[in-house]
Design a protein around this ligand. Sequence first.
Ligand SMILES: O=C(O)CCC(=O)C(=O)O
Ligand SMILES: [Fe+2]
Length: 225
Amino acid sequence: MKVVRKEHRGYTPLYAENLDPSSSNKGDSKESFYVGPLAFEDHLNQWPSEEILPSWRSTMESYHEKVLSAGTKLISLLALALRLDEDFFEKVGALDAPMGFLRLLHYPGELEPSGKEIYGASAHSDYGMITLLATDGVQGLQVCREKSKQPQVWEDVPSLHGAFIVNIGDMMERWTNCLFRSTLHRVMPTGQERYSVAFFLDPNRDCLVECLASCCSESSPPRYD
Ligand SMILES: O=C(O)CCC(=O)C(=O)O
Ligand SMILES: [Fe+2]
């Protein structure tokens, strides 16, 4: 198929991805479609033809722009919470040519029989700054609050109509010296079909990520420098 994933854009088929290779997982029971940054590198995006899906591209572009704008505002609130200037992450170049990746996800209700454990999405944390996640309200998403404790305790994430679920990513964990922890999460199959749309806001590749001054002290030195 012409839109099969290339350069992190396009279609990923069922079971093609395994977010937690340490588990004896068959591959995640989800299929997805990635749309990368629009303003920059837009030529890498892959779009189904207008004849097959009329207006799909313009709908995705419009959603991408709106969720990027919401994510950018949220990042400025995180900056204020960290006692930084509101535009700190802009000033360090994190949002230059914003690296926003939209991922449309579909989890089928019925799964292929398999002797292996099957997850919708196996345990992982997202790797950027923040993720804004919209779901159709079908359960399945779980978080583990204490990710370094064993045994891990998983909690269902309730869905709130009209609200995004916001996850902190690994880069934000590093930046804040673990003050903000990236969220370990997974999606369990429930037997019900499920749709979600994730928007990953990553820092620009040229942005230097170093421990924020407000997040380290003598008793809490930078862990990643
Ligand atoms: O579908 C969901 O609720 C979560 C998706 C997810 O965690 C991801 O794509 O990184
Ligand atoms: Fe995720």
